[in-house]
Ligand binder design. Sequence first.
Ligand SMILES: N[C@@H](CCC(=O)N[C@@H](CS)C(=O)NCC(=O)O)C(=O)O
Length: 199
Amino acid sequence: MAIRLFQSQTSMFCEKVRIVLAMKKAPYDIVDVRKDERKSLIEYTGQRKVPSMDYNGECIIDSTVISVRLEKDHPGNSIYPDGASNKGLCLALEDWSDEVVIHANHAIRRAETPEARKKAEAEWDTHFNTLDQMYSGKKFIFDRMTIADISIFSQLHYLYTTVKYEIPAKYKNLNAFMENMRQTLKLKSLSESFEAQSL
Ligand SMILES: N[C@@H](CCC(=O)N[C@@H](CS)C(=O)NCC(=O)O)C(=O)O
């Protein structure tokens, strides 16, 4: 029995899952879907999206679903905060990051005209403002690193590594959060993508 993560190294959702796997200290093999143009992914899962997982013979698709399953089977080093109310908030933030903030990443990556770029930067500015307030006086949103921080980090890290767009210095709390995540994830610099097997 083994875990195989079908992934691409640059996908933010794959990075999110790699961080959860590292927190759970779960060993896994990587199947890089770019190597065979997603052939083995489509063969195994019947669809094109990553992250997908061969979880001890069971096919699991989607970073949120994979995270829930890893938490269930490896409850130590929880990716959720204590208490039902905080857990609900945490899940809502994970969803907001995965479903709303992602849009700003798509917009900035696909912007082909100065107008489109300006619009995408304005979209990011709204999120930076929200996030800077969220991280005011806090290392993490809850009392420890949770899936909300991991999802948010993965989107912002993609913006940094792939789009090469840096969070403006005026967002001090958000920049402090990124630096804190860099240290927690033991990255030498924010230019590295996360690969470690355990945290
Ligand atoms: N909600 C999904 C999103 C996954 C997703 O959008 N994956 C992208 C890469 S970042 C993908 O594989 N796209 C390829 C395609 O749709 O053909 C999750 O959380 O895993």
